[in-house]
Ligand binder design. Sequence first.
Ligand code: THU
Length: 384
Amino acid sequence: MQVLGIKTDLVRPGDDLVEFLTRAMNRSAQVLQDGDILVISESIVATSEGRVVNLEEIKPGDLARSLASRYEKDPREMELILRESDEIVGGIPGVVLTLNKGFLFPNAGIDSSNAPPGHVVLFPADPKGSATAIRERMGKGKRIGVIIGDSRTHPLRLGCVGVALASSGLEAVEDARGQKDLFGRELKITRKAIADNLVSAAQIVMGEGDEGIPAAIIRDSGVPINEAGGEIPTIPPAECMYIGALGIGPRPYSGGYDRLIECAGQAMARAYAPYSSFRVGAALLTKSGNIYSAGNIENASTGAGICAERAAMAKAIASGEREFEAVAIVGDGCEPVSPCGICRQSLIEFGEDILVIMANCKGDALTASTSDLLPQAFTGRCFK
Ligand code: THU
């Protein structure tokens, strides 16, 4: 197998990537052959598509500001991360782990390396569409594959490996299940990440910095060209050993419980909170389809107060209901209301997978299950 780097100029927003790569290949007399696989770095795809943003033009919202301070990020970059991702899984100082269309990204794939000062490059708009369009135009009748590649680290490992964001013209993952190991045992879960491995091979010559080699041709890899292939298969977070093992944190509310949120908002209006002036409403949806709601009830003797969630639970349980599907909690703060520790403990008593919808009056809303919010909870099982 040969890996041939393609040395190019600096790509600019609006450049036609196919013409740009063809010019670079012509300069070094490189010609695509049948069976070649072209690996292209996502940053030149995104840049040529004009996905470059001047941070000065971004006005961060309240949620972006609060997450930026939690994760020590530029609030404008955090605003872009929120706009670009489906879900924020968590983070550490400086990096937020996000999910987008089933792919995990650091910082929603937003990159300030290889971007002009004060600018960032967003993730390509449609990597799969771009890979296919580039394959069709670059191949000019030849049977080639195209992969748009990026870099990732493996958990607990230092150093990046290649990862395919999109591929066209080849099978991205080869199913090796059913094949036999050296001792004749059937392989049960092995699948080969062919496209990722090809990106790693290409990255040996491509580099990440100012080398000026943002693409490579992989020749004689033995990977068959298959015009129909290309989908990069993903698995749900709960089935992923890394994410599933760690549990995933609150995710953006994606609909389905608007009526419950509305009931929580109405209960908030009836809350009795003269001491904190922070009114909260909670609405519990039972598996039988009923809704029980209440606001927080404060007291001159501060500790005698009760949160909205537990007030709503008292109503539901006193009405004979113990099976809960979801609870919506609404407050009038800058962030969605996150239930207090006592309410988490009270809720988990009635179910480890009750959906908790945390919202504010501005329409920000996050969801999590009771066990996401209270891992390793003390439960009645402890008595058995
Ligand atoms: N509060 C709730 O009702 N639910 C929560 O999840 C958080 C806090 C109330 C308790 C108190 O009356 C007021 O908010 C301020 O702490």
